[in-house]
Design a protein around this ligand. Structure first.
Ligand code: GLY
Ligand code: MN
Ligand code: MN
Length: 427
C-alpha cells in the first residue's frame, strides 16, 4: 500500500520542479475502444496514478504555481445515479476531498472554466506531450498567450527512477505471485496441451492471488515460436522435446513484475538445449553480479554481448574471433535485444536512461531493472548445427539495486536445469 502522504510528497516534489507562474496538468487515462460498444479493460495513466493513487477515469490533476505558492487541485467525476448504474460507483467530490491530500477538489465538468482562470496569469504550461489530441485542443484554446510549453511527463518519469520502500514492497509482492505462476507452468506443461492452456494456468494464478491484471500480454512460445520476440498468439500445441519460452508477469496494485523462464515441454532438457541454456544462464548470473551503484547499464550490455558471443563461438554457432564478430555485430543475429530495462509502474518504466546533457545515468540504490539475456536460433538457419535450430531461450529476472550491490527479487523462481526439472512433471 502506498499512503496518501507519500502521494502528497510526490506532488510537492513535482511542484518544486515547476517554474514560477506556471500550470501543470496531468490527465487520467481514457477508455480505449476494442470494437463496437466494447472497451479494453481500463488501466489508469501511470504518471497520474503515481501522483494520486486514483484509479477512476475522467479525472485530472492540476498544479498551479505562483511566485510564492503551489496549489494542487483534483478534478473528479461528480456523483451521477444513472451513470453509476451503467459504469460503476464513483467517489465524487465530497469523498475525494476526504481521501486525497490536495488543496481543492472539483467536478471534472468545471475543468475548462477553472483552467481558463488558472491560465490567465500563468507564463508556462506543463502537460504530457503524448496527450490525446482532443485534450491538447482544449488546452490550446486557453493558452494562446503562453510562450512556453513543457513536457511534464519527463519530470515525473525522472522521479519514478528511484523506488521508495512501499513501491519495492509492491514489486516484491508482484514477483511473489509471478513465482507461483511460473512454477505452476513448469508443473502443468505437457505435450498435446496448447500454449493458451498454459497461459490460462499462469493468469489464473495471477488473478486468484489478487493480481487482477498482468503487467503485459503473456508470451507462451513453444519451439520455434520463441524466435519471435513479441510472440503473443499463444495458439500452438506444445510439442514433446521442445522448449517453451514463457515471458509472463503480473501487475500487483499497479506495480509490474517481468519474468522469463525457458522450460522443457515434457520436463527434461535435451543435451543440446542444456548446452545453450547453461551458456545463457552463466551469462545472466555474471551480469547480475555486475549490478551495483555507479555501474553503467551500457557496460552490462557490452559485457552480455561479449559473454554470449564467446559462448556461441564455443558451441560452434558463431565462427571466428570474438572481437571481429562483435565489430561486425554478427552476434546481434542471435542476441538482438537489450540486456534489460527499468521496471516499476510500467513494465518498461518510462524513466530516463540519460541526463539532459546526454551522459548515461549510473545505477543507484532503489532502482529496479530487468536482466534478460537471450539467444534465438531460427529453425531455418542452416548456418547453425541442426541440434540448435528452432530453439529460443531467454532468462529474465527483476533486480533491485541496493547500497552495496543488488538483490535479485526473483531469485526464488526455479532457474537452473536441475531446479526446473525437479518441479516439472515428466510425461
Ligand atoms: N516482457 C517484456 C520484456 O521482457 O521486456
Ligand atoms: Mn523485460
Ligand atoms: Mn519479459
Amino acid at each position: 500500500m502506498i499512503s496518501q502522504k507519500e502521494y502528497k510528497k510526490r506532488r510537492d516534489k513535482l511542484g518544486k520542479k515547476l517554474s514560477k507562474d506556471s500550470v501543470g496538468i496531468i490527465y487520467s487515462a481514457s477508455y480505449k475502444t476494442r470494437s463496437n460498444d466494447t472497451e479494453y479493460p481500463y488501466r489508469q495513466n501511470s504518471n497520474f496514478y503515481y501522483l494520486t493513487g486514483f484509479k477512476e477515469d475522467n479525472s485530472c490533476l492540476v498544479i498551479v504555481k505562483t511566485t510564492n505558492t503551489v496549489k494542487t487541485i483534483l478534478f473528479v467525476q461528480a456523483k451521477d445515479k444513472t451513470k453509476e448504474l451503467w459504469h460503476g460507483k464513483r467517489l465524487g467530490e465530497k469523498v475525494a476531498e476526504k481521501i486525497f491530500l490536495v488543496d481543492e477538489v472539483h467536478a471534472i465538468s468545471d475543468l475548462e472554466s477553472e483552467l481558463k482562470i488558472f491560465l490567465q496569469n500563468a507564463k508556462n504550461l506543463y502537460f504530457d506531450f503524448s496527450l490525446e489530441y482532443s485534450k491538447v485542443k482544449l488546452l490550446k484554446k486557453h493558452t494562446k498567450g503562453l510562450a512556453v510549453h513543457q513536457n511534464i511527463a519527463l519530470l515525473i518519469n525522472a522521479m519514478r527512477l528511484i523506488k521508495s520502500p512501499s513501491e519495492i514492497a509492491l514489486i516484491k509482492k508482484a514477483v511473489k505471485i509471478t513465482k507461483k505462476a511460473h512454477h505452476q507452468a513448469m508443473n502443468f506443461s505437457k505435450s498435446n496441451k496448447y500454449e493458451y492452456e498454459l497461459q490460462a494456468e499462469i493468469e489464473y494464478i495471477f488473478k486468484s492471488n489478487g493480481a487482477y491484471n498482468d503487467a503485459y500480454t503473456s508470451v507462451v512460445a513453444c519451439g520455434n515460436s520463441a524466435n519471435t520476440l513479441h510472440y503473443i498468439e499463444n495458439n500452438k500445441p506444445l510439442v514433446d522435446n521442445e522448449l517453451i519460452l514463457i515471458d509472463a508477469g503480473c501487475e500487483y496494485e499497479y506495480y509490474a513484475s517481468d519474468i522469463t523462464r525457458s522450460i522443457p515441454v515434457s520436463g527434461k532438457f535435451t543435451q543440446a538445449q542444456k548446452e545453450l541454456y547453461n551458456m545463457i544462464l552463466d551469462t545472466e548470473l555474471k551480469i547480475i553480479k555486475m549490478v551495483k551503484p555507479k555501474a553503467l547499464r551500457s557496460d552490462l550490455q557490452k559485457k552480455s554481448e561479449e559473454l554470449l558471443c564467446k559462448g556461441m563461438i564455443k558451441l560452434g554457432i558463431l565462427k571466428g574471433d570474438y572481437k571481429e564478430l562483435i565489430k561486425k555485430q554478427e552476434h546481434k543475429k542471435y542476441y538482438p535485444h537489450g540486456i534489460g530495462h527499468w521496471m516499476g509502474i510500467d513494465v518498461h518504466d518510462e524513466c530516463p536512461y540519460k541526463y539532459d546533457n546526454g551522459d548515461e545515468i549510473p545505477l543507484k540504490k532503489g532502482m529496479v531493472l530487468t536482466i534478460e539475456p537471450g539467444i534465438y536460433i531460427d529453425k531455418e538457419d542452416k548456418s547453425v548445427a541442426k541440434k540448435y535450430r528452432g530453439i529460443g531461450i531467454r532468462i529474465e529476472d527483476d533486480i533491485l539495486v541496493t547500497k552495496n550491490g543488488c538483490e535479485n527479487l526473483s531469485a526464488g523462481i526455479a532457474k537452473t536445469v536441475e531446479e526446473i526439472e525437479a518441479i516439472s512433471s515428466t510425461n
